[in-house]
Ligand binder design. Structure first.
Ligand SMILES: [Zn+2]
Ligand SMILES: [Zn+2]
Length: 61
């Protein structure tokens, strides 16, 4: 099964408002990240594709 469940909550992802972690490839609702909807709406594709989730292992240098 494709990884289309949010890693931050038990709900399924819609493909619009979601982010994928560059490190672990987990997908999150924007609402389940620390990024606000406002910030998400002005994120460039580059920023979007370099996003890293808040899981401890992904935050390691
Ligand atoms: Zn979620
Ligand atoms: Zn991650």
């Amino acid at each position: 099964m494709a990884n289309f469940e949010c890693a931050g909550c038990p709900n399924a992802l819609d493909n619009t408002m979601s982010l994928q972690c560059r490190q672990c490839n987990d997908n999150y609702h924007v609402a389940c990240t620390r990024i606000s909807i406002e910030d998400f709406s002005v994120m460039s594709p580059e920023m979007n594709s370099s996003w890293i989730c808040d899981v401890y292992r992904c935050r390691q240098p």
